[in-house]
Design a protein around this ligand. Structure first.
Ligand code: SF4
Ligand code: SF4
Length: 268
């Protein structure tokens, strides 16, 4: 009951703050409880929602393992999977196919960063600090530019070294994988290069991410190196789209290790 909950919260305020901070702080916390109760708004749910039906599942290109195990689990139907399907895929011992998080698109961020190539100084700090590998630098040749979607706008690449070819550069966001933590904005030294933008406006960018930023054919091996943080960010992160909390400070480093040695790394 509400009155019991309010009484308990106020008792807790007293126990937590009276000795350390005095009655004034207890009173302020009690006021916060009262405001919380009086400002509650009842949300009316339309009756029609009782009979809401799911939209048909979209057919996607994925491995049989993803289609038969990962996607049903993402739809909260893991308990309906028969043992035989795990047997069929040889994963009764708990082993798991690599790279399946790329198919578990969540789209949970309400605001995601939008890139402005004219303000960006191409330091790649945003990509280096993103804990979820949801923002990535891409380099394209003139020929490749002709084959990517028109919305994949680029600027001339800079700071790649005097021997680097004349590539074009874009920092590409994945709206459906971004968790909206804002770590990339905090790390960005260039005013206006990244701006938090409503998710709905940014949804069309997903195609650019999936078709270009995720396409290994566009990785530039002549630029990727472990000499500095900028160069290593052009490498593929093997640890990507983790389900860590938004802004996790640990996955950033696991991702970086996977960019440095990921194609020959074992984790025990
Ligand atoms: S807001 Fe967070 S999750 Fe999204 S791209 Fe920036 S650092 Fe990554
Ligand atoms: S951190 Fe800012 S300036 Fe650096 S690459 Fe990212 S968007 Fe550009």
């Amino acid at each position: 009951p509400l009155d019991v909950a309010v009484e308990d919260m106020k008792k807790n305020n007293y126990n937590s703050y009276f000795k350390k901070a005095g009655q004034k702080i207890v009173d302020l916390n009690n006021q916060a409880v009262d405001v919380g109760v009086s400002a509650a708004v009842k949300v009316e749910i339309p009756e029609s929602w009782a009979n809401a039906v799911d939209a048909p599942a979209q057919e996607i290109e994925a491995t049989p393992f993803v289609k038969e195990i990962v996607l049903p689990m993402d739809r909260q139907q893991g308990d309906k999977l028969p043992i035989s399907v795990f047997q069929k895929h040889g994963v009764l011992d708990g082993t798991w196919e690599n790279g399946t998080s790329a198919y578990s698109k969540r789209g949970v961020a309400t605001m995601v960063p939008k890139w402005d190539g004219s303000a960006c100084i191409q330091c790649n700090r945003c990509a280096a600090t993103c804990p979820h590998a949801a923002i990535r630098p891409v380099l394209l040749t003139e020929e490749e530019k002709a084959n990517v979607p028109a919305s994949f706008e680029t600027v001339p690449a800079k700071g790649l070294g005097k021997d680097a070819p004349a590539y074009s550069y874009r920092m590409q966001i994945s709206p459906y994988d971004c968790l909206g933590c804002g770590v990339c904005l905090t790390a960005c030294p260039a005013k206006g290069a990244l701006t938090m933008t409503p998710f709905d406006d940014m949804k069309p960018e997903q195609e650019n991410f999936d078709k270009v930023a995720m396409n290994e054919a566009y990785l530039k091996k002549d630029v990727i190196s472990d000499k500095n943080m900028k160069s290593v960010q052009f490498a593929k992160p093997y640890f990507q789209f983790s389900a860590a909390c938004a802004g996790c400070a640990e996955t950033t480093y696991i991702k970086l290790v996977s960019q440095l040695v990921g194609d020959r790394m074992y984790i025990g």
